[in-house]
Ligand binder design. Sequence first.
Ligand code: SAH
Ligand code: SF4
Ligand code: F3S
Length: 441
Amino acid sequence: MTTPKKLYIKTYGCQMNVYDSERMAEAMGGAGYVETDTPDDADMILLNTCHIREKAAEKVYSELGRYKHLKTEKPDLKIGVAGCVAQAEGDEIMRRQPLVDLVVGPQSYHRLPELEAKAGQGAKAIDTDFPTEDKFEHLKSRPKAKRAPAAFLTVQEGCDKFCAFCVVPYTRGAEVSRPASRILDEARELVDRGVREITLLGQNVNAYHGAGPDGGDWSLAKLIWELDRVDGLERIRFTTSHPNDMSDDLIEAHGTCSKLMPYLHLPVQSGSDRILKRMNRSHDAASYLALIDRIRAARPDILISGDFIVGFPEETDQDFQDTMDLIRAVNYGQAFSFKYSTRPGTPAAERDQVAEDVKTDRLAQLQSLIADQQKSIQDSMVAKTVSVLFERAGRFDNQMVGKSEYLHAVHVSDTDAKVGDIRRVRITQSNRNSLNGELAD
Ligand code: SAH
Ligand code: SF4
Ligand code: F3S
C-alpha cells in the first residue's frame, strides 16, 4: 500500500473559505492526500486566502516566506495559493514568490487535483477562470465520516452589488445560486453524518434564487422551509444578508419557522446617508431601521449583528456620529467593525482618504459602544433558559461548550451532555464573550 501524502490547508477570511477548504481537502483525498495540521510534514501546502482588506492580503506573502526552509529541505513539496488573493493577484503571486507552484481561484477548485498533477511535473499551474460549470457538483464529498454537529453549506456565491469599497464582486464573480435539490441532498448527507445545525452561506445569501425541483425559482425562505422538513436537522441559520434582499417571506419565516434561529447578521456599514450613497449601498439609515423594526415585529427576541466600516473616504465627524446614532437605535448583540482599507481597482480607492489616526479613534469609539451593547444583551440572558447545541468539550473536567439559539457561546460545568446534544440550559453568569449555565432539563 502506498502511504498517503499529506496536505496542510491554512484558511483565512470568511466562512465560505472554511467551507471551500473542506471541499478542497475532500477533492484532494481522491488524489491520495490526507490532511495534516502542521506544514512541517506536509507534501502539499495550500493557503486559502482573503483579499478583503490590505492586511488580510499581505498575510499571505509573509506566511509564504516562512515556508522557504521547508521547500529547501523537501524540493518535492508543492505550495499552492487558493481563494480571493489568488483570484485578484494570481500572476503577481507567481512573480513575487517563486516558491509557489500553483494558483487556483475560488471558481476552479474542482480542477485542483489536475493542477496538482501538473505542478508535480515541475510546471507552474494557474487557474483563475470563472467557468460556467458548478464547481460544487465536481467537489462532491466522498468520505462518510462523522462530522461536528454544526456545519456550513454554501448555497449562493458571488455578488452583483459592487459596494464602492469591496473586492468580492471581482474575486468571487457574479452572483450564482446553486440548485435547491443539490443543497437539499447535501443537507441530508450532512445530517446522516451527525450534523444538527446548518448555516447556509452566501456573500449575499438572502439574494438566493436557485432553481427548484418544481421548475420555479426558489427564494431563500422557500429553501429554508424545505430544510425545515429534513428530519434530524434541528437548527438553520444563514449568513451574510444584504438589507435590500430581506424579502417579506424571509422576515415572516423568522416568526414562524421554529428551526430558523433567532439571529440575523445584517451589515449596514454606516449610519450616514451621504456615506451610504457614496458606498453605493442603495439603502439609507431610515430604511435599515424600518427593516429592523419589521424583523423584530416578526421575531421580538431576534439578536441582530452587523458590519461597520469607519473612515470611508470623505467620512466627516458628523457622518461618524450618524453611525453611532444608528448603532444606539438598533442595539446590536454582536458586530464586526473595520477601518476602511483601500482596495486597488475599487471606486473608493481613488477618493480622498481619511487620516489613519482619525480612523483609529473612530474605530475605538464604535467598538466600545458595540461592546457595551453586546455585554448588556448578554447580561439580560442571566436567569433565562436557552437551548444549547453542544459542540465540544471545555477546558475543565466534565465541562461542555455549545451555542445558544442566539449564537452565544455557553459553558456548562459538571454535565453529562455530549457533543451533538441539544439541551435546555439556565444561564447563571455573563462573561466578557460567553455565558455560563447549568442544565435545566
Ligand atoms: N457580503 C457581505 C460581507 C462581505 S465582506 C456583505 O455584503 O455584507 C465582510 C465585511 O468586510 C463587509 O461587510 C465590510 O464591513 C468589510 N469590508 C469589505 N471591504 C472592506 C474594505 N475595503 N475595508 C474595510 N472593510 C471592508
Ligand atoms: Fe461586498 Fe457585500 Fe457589497 Fe457585495 S454586498 S459588494 S459582498 S459588501
Ligand atoms: Fe475574504 Fe474572499 Fe471571503 S475576500 S471575506 S475570503 S469572499
